[in-house]
Ligand binder design. Sequence first.
Ligand SMILES: [Mg+2]
Length: 257
Amino acid sequence: MGSAPPPTLPALRTNPKFIFFTDFDGTITQQDSNDFMTDNLGFGPVLRRAGNQDVLTGRRHFRDAFRDMLDSINTPFDECIDILRKNIDLDAGFKAFFEWARDNNVPIVVLSGGMEPVIRALLAHMLGQEEADSLQIVSNNVVPHEGKTINEAGGWQIVYHDDSGFGHDKSLEIRPYAGLPAEERPTLFYAGDGVSDLSAAKETDLLFAKAGRDLVTYCEKENVSFTTFNDFSDIHATVRDIVAGKLTTAEAATGRK
Ligand SMILES: [Mg+2]
């Protein structure tokens, strides 16, 4: 006790009693930034949906279908960011939740199957640069194609965080926290909307699944307890009550509302 946390557990730096893990696209944002780019700058919604179907039926790994989507986008990376800033909206309650979490020592860790430079740029646009820099983001990255820079046509590509079929296995980041001895282990929250959030959600104490999205159905099918949210103001109210000791994570996991 009192010793510095191992470097693999950066969210323990401030000795928090609670940690909030969250997906980005479709959870912190109202639209999916990768889908938006694919539909408007890449090969479009028909091929995107066909690719998603291949993943759902097990014909292809997510990482390969996702790479195809992104490779169909020829727009320079800086132009992509500009377009996303104009078209992607932040969840209505996220800024207030972010500020509350910062003031109450509840670290927020973003776990995303998207790309870190996109996420940082959108968060900086929505919250401010300093605020965006303060968040830990675990995601994939962007590198230039050989002989090019990312800010020229056909110049960028995704580089995956790990070798998993999702390109980024979100449970890997949470498991070391979940496995801490009981007296050191913070209470873990997770918020998400899609199938890639399921493995991560199983490691945490309370899952917030976005109402009306795939994750709700997957949780019911796999018997993972959860509660739904419409926007971050719902999450904010519940987390605040749990932190204040008025509600337990088990009481909050009421399933579909
Ligand atoms: Mg999502």
